[in-house]
Design a protein around this ligand. Sequence first.
Ligand code: C5P
Length: 226
Amino acid sequence: DRQPIIAIDGPAGAGKSTVARQVAANLNLVYLDTGAMYRAVTWLVLQKGIAIDDECAIAELTNQCKIELTPNQDLQSSVRVWIDGTDVTQAIRTVQVTSIVSAIAAQSAVRQALVKQQQNWGKKGGLVAEGRDIGTHVFPDAEVKIFLTASVGERARRRQEDFNKQGQPEVSLKQLERDIAERDWKDSTRKVSPLQKAADAIEVQTDGLNISEVTAQIVNYYQQRL
Ligand code: C5P
């Protein structure tokens, strides 16, 4: 008796956020950016000066902090992200947070706490949830599961475009490719809930497709399923 759920998983920079946001707007569903939650915890760890390998302190921090995701009127940008009352919407997108988020997201206590919160938010369904483990762990009974991919080169190019738009300092394509490949590797080889295509997920390869084409494909799958 819950509303449908669309799960969108895939590696860094495959365009999940933009596509998930558009699909949600299109079908009048709520958009849930789970990566923003791991990023917010990472930001807080850095801010408190906690060592990245201090799993105990990080577990406690994750269990005590309050993460809020509020809608952003502007469809071009992500949701607003708050942790313990601080707006970290911009702060969680820095190179520094990005470079260590995978190490934080690999910690089982962190995942346990955040997945629980995601499942709570998704109880009634009616959402498009985006991340790495949505179809495999968070909402294994999602009606539509999408695995969004693109080549490393294409993803680096898209990331660079994002950085330019956000006015962030220039990072070379080579560096971005290296970062993306490293994050892919960390996310897919970790022990807890590694990035994996769910057996029943539809793989959408997005090289050469634009956002509205990918969005249309997913909306189409959804309408066929219901
Ligand atoms: O999607 P985004 O790039 O914002 O995610 C940041 C990081 O958070 C990922 O590289 C991954 O390590 C972690 N993550 C995760 N599980 C999710 C979403 C994100 O482990 N469901």
